[in-house]
Design a binder for this molecule. Structure first.
Ligand SMILES: [Zn+2]
Length: 228
């Protein structure tokens, strides 16, 4: 940080990334009331896939039901502070680790797979939020991070396609990017990490690309679920 940056930092109160209130000294990214009241996502996570995808499990931490949760995700994507993503990854991993189901679902040596951004977007943003969340997740769970996916095309959105066209385009977005000479030390399974699940189509594409090369269990974890 530049000297001016440090001076500004000292002069301006740091604010909660979620509700904007000034932070207490011991709070780093968000305030304690926010962390307590964020709406935890409770709906069945696999329902939107209608049985098409053989997920071992799925888990989304928060629901984008309120303004604070939406502001938090906006800050993660656009505020330009990579530390926010890492801290969120840690917070969600801590909460997930406390669930009894988490220990059941990921017995053995699991790894985290990140969703690659379009190269242009990564350049303008300076980071990939899926990677930041995975980094935080890794520091709490000890799961290795594997960059197994490569994004194929840049630009073309598939949202205008009908369902049947979307499915026939399943291999269009990602392909397997693991170098053949690199050993996979994963004996348990793979967890795809993303920031927000909306239609589920990104996760479905990522799953499809992994499934061509990986026969073990695949799950997903997201910071938030956009369904109300
Ligand atoms: Zn707050």
């Amino acid at each position: 940080m530049t000297l001016i940056g440090h001076m500004l930092d000292a002069a301006l109160p740091r604010r909660c990334a979620s509700c904007g209130t000034p932070l207490a000294r011991q709070e780093t990214q968000w305030c304690s009331p926010c962390a307590f009241t964020w709406i935890r996502h409770a709906a069945p996570p696999l329902q939107r896939f209608g049985g098409r995808v053989d997920w071992a499990f799925g888990w989304s931490w928060l629901s984008l039901g309120g303004a604070e949760e939406r502001q938090l995700v906006h800050a993660l994507k656009y505020a330009g502070d990579p530390q926010l993503g890492i801290d969120l990854g840690r917070a969600m991993a801590r909460e997930w680790s406390r669930l009894g189901s988490a220990r059941q679902e990921t017995k053995g040596c699991w790894s985290v797979v990140t969703i690659p951004l379009h190269r242009k977007r990564q350049r303008s943003r300076g980071y990939n939020q899926s990677e930041l969340l995975a980094k935080g997740w890794h520091t709490v769970t000890g799961m290795a991070m594997h960059p197994l996916l490569i994004r194929k095309h840049s630009g073309r959105s598939l949202t205008g396609f009908g369902r049947s066209q979307r499915v026939s385009n399943l291999d269009a977005r990602f392909h397997w990017g693991c170098p053949p000479d690199e050993p996979m030390d994963t004996t348990g399974g793979l967890i795809i990490m993303d920031d927000v699940v909306t239609t589920g189509s990104t996760l479905e594409h990522a799953h499809h690309a992994l499934r061509q090369h990986w026969q073990g269990p695949i799950g997903f974890v997201t910071l938030a679920d956009a369904a109300a």
